[in-house]
Write a protein that binds this ligand. Structure first.
Ligand code: 4AD
Ligand code: MG
Length: 450
């Protein structure tokens, strides 16, 4: 494996041991007859300090180095160990004059121009590791609860959300004989697999040609989607959704203490409070409120919203913020939105005035303080005739969804599921404001250089 990582050295070796440190130089400080070199290899938050007695030509920030030496007690309290260098080998040179990452703190905007280099910085490096651990945590939850991981397709004939925000694949007509898109969601395919394997999930990329260019939207993002058969109550879905978030968040707290401490110190002061809310430390579970009640709450609120809250309209982010940050002061599921503003596949609430403009669907959005919408999900319409009617009302062509309708014809069990945006989740547990900093190579409007 080419030697130990810095994390392994710090965990497995001790004072007096010979060690070989390999990584990229963060900074070089020359003092009298000693040189202090900060090195990190992306496996830890701090990296390791190397002390050299000799002067080394060409040694500069950005260089890739291999340093052999002896581990000694570190006089500083940030680090238990440092390395007294015996031999320094520059294996990848770097011209410090033009290297964009200097020792000072750079803004995240500045770093976005260097997506190929920025993960060497402390914060972006910590984000990579937190992202990795969050993915592990989500997989662990679903694997432990008998869900089967499904690889859903990227190329698809459907616009699952019906939002028209699909990227059309050029040349697909010549190739497939019809237009094909990059998937906006794996849900429809996941529903098919749920009709065979009962509980399924996927963590896959999703693509949206989003018209809204905010810090909360990416053109390419990753979504955890789960789908369960034999589920008849929205509460069951919300229980699973809450449990997978709580267990993943607890795992981050145990396994990523340095990273979370870094975010808490530099990115958001109140981070640990939100993490406690997500981890479910409080007695009660996440709040649950219907859309209709939420609208009433918003109308009673003594806040001058830019958009007046009215029944029938989607919640604006200022409304979502008020509900999560002010009214509930914690994560809140908003349920039973008007059918007219939700996709065709959602199960209609039979009690509510069906077919009128007051009809609602069995859906839920999870809103989180400081983040807004983190999850969207619903029970699915599992009766063929009703689904066909919903499609027609939504202007979705039933003929183009024949296979999806057949799932209802051939043993269509009641079912439901949800989708959680991975970068939105990372926003919640890091406090970072832009999703562009939570995915290694962001794709958004005008941004796909590499
Ligand atoms: O609410 P959405 O659109 O729901 C679906 O796609 C359903 N088919 C999911 C399902 O039931 N299986 O998206 C789900 C989540 C959102 O709550 C949000 O967290 C995230 O995906 N998301 C985005 N994240 C980043 N950039 C975007 N453009 C996003 N659009 C949605
Ligand atoms: Mg949504």
């Amino acid at each position: 494996l080419g030697g130990r990582t810095i994390r392994q050295i710090l965990a497995e070796q001790q004072v007096g041991d010979e060690a070989r440190v390999q990584g990229w130089i963060r900074s070089v400080r020359v003092q009298k007859n000693r040189t202090f070199i900060d090195i990190n290899d992306g496996t830890t938050t701090q990296g390791i300090q190397v002390v050299a007695e000799q002067s080394v030509p060409k040694l500069a920030a950005g260089c890739a180095v291999q340093v052999d030496g002896q581990l000694v007690d570190s006089p500083g309290d940030e680090q238990p160990l440092e390395l007294r260098a015996q031999h320094i080998n520059i294996v990848g040179e770097c011209d410090a004059e033009v290297y964009p990452l200097q020792k000072k703190r750079h803004t995240f905007e500045f770093l976005r121009d260097w997506p190929h280099l920025r993960s060497r910085t402390r914060t972006l490096g910590a984000i990579l590791r937190t992202r990795n651990e969050a993915i592990q945590g989500l997989h662990a939850y679903f694997q432990e609860h008998d869900f089967l991981q499904i690889n859903t397709p990227i190329l698809t004939a459907h616009d699952c959300e019906g939002g028209g925000e699909v990227f059309r694949v050029v040349g697909s007509g010549e190739f497939f004989g019809r237009p094909v898109y990059l998937t906006v969601s794996g849900q429809l395919h996941l529903e098919a697999m749920a009709m065979a394997a009962s509980r399924v999930y996927t963590l896959s990329p999703a693509f949206r040609a989003e018209p809204s260019q905010t810090s909360r939207h990416l053109a390419e993002f990753w979504m955890l989607e789960a789908e369960m058969s034999f589920v008849t109550e929205l509460d069951q879905l919300m229980d699973v959704c809450e449990a997978c978030i709580a267990s993943t968040t607890k795992r981050l707290r145990t396994r990523m203490p340095d990273e979370l401490a870094l975010f808490g110190r530099w990115i958001e002061r109140d981070l640990m409070k939100r993490i406690a809310l997500l981890a479910g430390d409080q007695e009660r579970s996440y709040a649950r409120i219907s859309y209709t009640d939420a609208i009433e709450v918003l109308q009673r609120a003594s806040v001058a919203f830019q958009y007046a809250p009215v029944w029938g309209a989607p919640l604006q982010s200022e409304h979502e913020q008020y509900l999560a940050d002010e009214y509930c002061r914690g994560p809140v599921f908003v349920t039973h939105y008007p059918a007219a503003i939700k996709p065709f596949y959602m199960l209609a609430d039979r009690t509510a005035s069906m077919g009128t403009d007051k009809s609602t669907v069995a859906c839920m959005d999870l809103l989180v303080p400081g983040v807004g919408e983190l999850v969207g999900g619903s029970l699915r319409e599992n009766k063929e005739a009703a689904l066909r009617a919903r499609m027609e009302a939504a202007g979705v062509d039933p003929a183009a969804h024949a296979w999806y309708l057949e799932l209802r014809q051939f043993g269509g069990a009641p079912h439901g599921g949800f989708g959680l945006g991975l970068e939105r989740y990372l926003r919640a547990v890091t406090g970072m404001t832009s999703l562009k900093d939570l995915i290694p190579m962001p794709r958004a409007t005008g941004q796909c250089h590499a």
